[in-house]
Design a binder for this molecule. Structure first.
Ligand SMILES: [Zn+2]
Ligand SMILES: [Zn+2]
Length: 182
């Protein structure tokens, strides 16, 4: 990409932060992020980027960014899930942390982006965090995961002890993830 860069003072075409396939000379008047006519927002003080104006960017997100956002989501979701499993009595707060923490961390990687793909990734990360928490709970209760398929009384007891009361707490971060990238 730098092969054609010139050392002259003239504006150099760069790729739009939100649409890497678009070459552009536009930059956000506030933060300097390269933007293009598709995502730039016209304001009285010049073109601004979606992140600065809080506008949603839609369209196909680069796979690399999507994967990075998903990875960041998991980085938050998995430890929070472990904590949740170890301290189920903190379920409500950990559910909020899983939702807001995980989803906002993802939003930082892809500022301004919304859409069904991101929603799916965010909800997926949250659900994995929940699964991790259930796995830890199962371990804490002494439930052998090999019993899952047999649905033994011990597993059933574990389910009723923890899973049912926690269902509402589980719906919470999923809803947060869903709404955030809608
Ligand atoms: Zn900006
Ligand atoms: Zn753009």
């Amino acid at each position: 990409m730098t092969a054609t860069d010139e050392t002259s003072a003239g504006p150099v075409a760069v790729r739009c932060t939100y649409h890497p396939e678009v070459e552009t000379l536009l930059r956000c008047s506030r933060c300097g992020t390269p933007i293009c006519p598709r995502c730039g927002v016209r304001t009285p003080v010049g073109m601004r980027c979606p992140a600065c104006t809080g506008t949603a960017v839609r369209g196909a997100l680069e796979t690399e960014k999507l994967v990075r956002a998903g990875g960041v989501g998991l980085l938050v979701a998995v430890p929070v899930g472990v904590l949740w499993g170890l301290a189920p009595e903190w379920g409500f707060y950990l559910a909020l942390l899983l939702g807001f923490g995980g989803v906002e961390a993802m939003a930082k990687v892809v500022p301004g982006w919304r859409g069904p793909t991101l929603q799916a990734f965010a909800v997926g990360a949250v659900i994995l965090g929940i699964v991790v928490s259930r796995w830890v709970v199962a371990r804490q209760l002494g439930v052998d995961l090999g019993e899952v398929n047999q649905f033994t009384p011990r597993l059933q007891r574990g389910l009723y002890l923890r899973l049912v009361p926690d269902l509402l707490f589980m719906a919470l971060p999923i809803a947060i993830a869903w709404v955030r990238f809608r």
